[in-house]
Design a protein around this ligand. Structure first.
Ligand code: ASP
Ligand code: MG
Length: 466
């Protein structure tokens, strides 16, 4: 029995043309795979519209959500009319979508009366986009002659009650998913499942976080022991770097889960590492593909690294960073300075993206987003006040406008000299490296450079991938 789970993102269901492409891909894949499940996002822009409606209602605006409701009706009705031209065949779907928009307006009205949108209300409202898109997509598939049924993941994905950031619970999710979907699959029906959403054990609707439909695809794939999970998006796959920075950027044919994790973490927002976990743990291959270029094989993500003769596979950047250096001779051999430093950083909720400390222990430096830099420096000055007074710490120095450039590739683990290739390439372009870090997984090397040097640094390192 071969089983494929395909997830389609917002742009892949963004209008009737995209949904027709989805339907053609589904029909095509049914020639190769015996069973196919489709997981979809809301039509692009819809989740934002729903959230804007909820927030404006909470702030006392009783008209915006009605305008949004009208636009949602129009958007879905236009797509449905094109996908299912036979009005009689479309009526059940159109009624169901209308009811969901009525529900949106009712929920926004209640939020307006309360003057507050609780996380639970926000999830009930933001879940509606996927609940509409599955109905639209299932109707389109049926009209194309592929038997399909819309499924709300509230029936199958059981989550913690953390509204907005819910996490699926096992074994319930696996049991419910299999009980609901396997009978459909056995009867040759394609289940079209909402991404992004789930429900608590008590049935309250939850969401998995923005962009969570990828995660849903992986959860369903794992629960069904799928043979492959395909994430359909609007690019051909994971690129060696941003093609705007380097014209010779290419799609990476095969990448390991660990490399992919580094890439996602370091800003190549293709997939969140959390998304990947359910499929990694089950050893299920994951493929990233383009809805609008279905002939392209995409990028295959596998559990073990595959050597391609190049230790570096990709280069990414994280921009608009600040590097903070805490410096002082008195720090040598004094325990607790690092703990107090990062305690102060954590106290303002800043996320640290990179840390480096030389073994001389005379300084610690770390990189944080630029917009929290002032708050972090202030917290450090307070948290390290006694060290500063004793001159154990001499200086807390922020350096603004820096960029983290990361070279990713599991091949560097066995290959000596990769770091030297990276630094020689940067030196040849006369790029000054401000700080360096290598994760102990040896799957990536990161350097901090000034923002003026960032693009040249990417191009210099990218040349090593070719
Ligand atoms: N519709 C949700 C969002 O916009 C989930 C997703 O698209 O993955 O965040
Ligand atoms: Mg998305």
């Amino acid at each position: 029995m071969s089983r494929l789970v395909m997830k389609f993102g917002g742009t892949s269901v963004g209008n009737a043309a995209a949904i027709s492409a989805l339907a053609a891909i589904t029909r095509e894949q049914l020639h190769t795979w015996q069973q196919v499940v489709v997981v979809v996002s809301a039509m692009s822009g819809v989740t934002d519209m729903l959230l804007n409606g909820a927030h404006s209602a909470a702030s006392g605006d009783q008209t915006s959500y009605k305008e949004i409701g009208a636009r949602l009706r129009e958007k879905h009705a236009a797509a449905l009319a094109e996908l299912v031209p036979n009005a009689a065949a479309a009526v059940a779907t159109s009624t169901a979508i209308e009811q969901l928009i009525d529900e949106f307006e009712l929920l926004c009205h209640s939020v307006g009366v309360l003057g507050e949108a609780s996380p639970r209300a926000i999830d009930a409202i933001s879940s509606l986009g996927e609940r509409m898109s599955v109905r639209l997509v299932a109707a389109a598939l049926n009209a194309h002659g592929t038997r399909a049924e819309a499924i709300d993941a509230t029936e199958i994905v059981v989550t913690t009650p953390h509204f907005g950031t819910a996490v699926p619970l096992q074994p319930h999710t696996r049991e419910h998913t299999r009980a609901r979907l396997l009978p459909l699959l056995e009867h040759g029906v394609v289940p079209v499942v909402t991404g992004f959403i789930g429900a608590t054990e008590h049935g309250a609707t939850t969401t998995l976080g923005r962009g969570g439909s990828d995660y849903s695809g992986a959860i369903v794939g794992a629960a069904l022991d799928a043979d492959e999970v395909a994430i359909y998006t609007d690019v051909d796959g994971v690129m060696t770097t941003d093609p705007r920075l380097s014209p010779d950027a290419r799609v990476i044919p095969t990448i390991s889960f660990a490399e992919m994790g580094e890439l996602a973490y370091f800003g190549a927002k293709v997939l969140h590492p959390r998304t990947i976990r359910p499929v990694v743990e089950h050893g299920i291959p994951l493929r990233i593909r383009n809805t609008f270029n279905p002939a392209h094989p995409g990028t295959l993500v596998v559990s073990e690294p595959v050597a391609n003769g190049r230790p570096i596979k990709a280069v990414t950047t994280i921009k608009s960073m600040s590097m903070i250096t805490v410096e002082g001779r008195g720090m040598i051999g004094v325990p607790g300075v690092a703990a107090r430093t990062f305690g102060a950083v954590a106290s303002v909720g800043a996320n640290v993206l990179m840390i480096s400390q030389a073994s001389s222990e005379q300084s610690i430096c770390f990189v944080i987003p630029q917009n929290v830099s002032a708050a972090v420096v202030k917290a450090l000055e307070e948290g390290l006040a006694s060290e500063l007074a004793r001159r154990d710490v001499d200086r807390i120095a922020p350096r603004e406008s820096v960029v983290i450039v990361t070279a990713v590739g599991a091949g560097m683990r066995e290959t000596p000299g990769v770091a030297s290739q990276v630094f020689s390439a940067l030196a040849e372009q006369k790029i000054n490296v401000i700080a360096i870090a290598q994760g102990s997984s040896e799957c990536s090397i990161s350097v901090v450079v000034s923002s003026a040097d960032a693009d040249a640094a990417v191009r210099a390192i990218h040349a090593l991938t070719i």
